[in-house]
Design a protein around this ligand. Structure first.
Ligand code: ZN
Length: 150
């Protein structure tokens, strides 16, 4: 009887883990080998990945915009609509990352004012060119760190 309850609790912690975007098997095994209690605590301690997935989905949606002429969804970077050939696309609005503080932006502007090419720096540090305003806090920090060494 206890074995069934044990097993059921193990499965439950696996299901909870799965809901949080984690591995069902992993947490099932933790519960099974240690104790379902440990499994539950572990599930509650880990970061909820399912929310992060939603966030990255939202970020992906920001990669597209709507053509004002034909209302098709096109890439943000596109200069010509691939559906109707419309070249009169509205300017790209770059979302400003709320995490980024004024001091980070001015620190980067300080670096670029020393004659360092920001695009080159971004490419080197982050592997691609990201507009200053759209940097995450972490990305901004690594750029400032790298830039101050130059
Ligand atoms: Zn179009």
């Amino acid at each position: 009887m206890w074995a069934i309850i044990w097993l059921a609790l193990c499965i439950l912690s696996g299901v909870l883990a799965n809901r949080r975007g984690r591995s069902f098997i992993g947490f099932f095994l933790i519960s099974f080998l240690l104790s379902p209690l440990v499994g539950f605590i572990a599930v509650l301690c880990v970061k909820d990945l399912s929310k992060e997935k939603e966030n990255s989905l939202a970020a992906n949606m920001m990669d597209t915009r709507t053509c004002p002429k034909c209302a098709e969804t096109i890439k943000v970077q596109a200069q010509v609509c691939r559906y109707c050939g419309n070249e009169d696309l509205p300017p790209i609005e770059i979302p400003i990352n709320p995490e980024l503080t004024e001091s980070h932006i001015s620190a980067i502007q300080n670096i670029t004012s020393k004659g360092i090419d920001y695009e080159k720096l971004s490419q080197e540090v982050l592997g691609r060119v990201i507009p200053i305003e759209s940097l995450s806090l972490e990305q901004a920090s690594s750029i400032i760190q790298k830039g101050s060494l130059l």
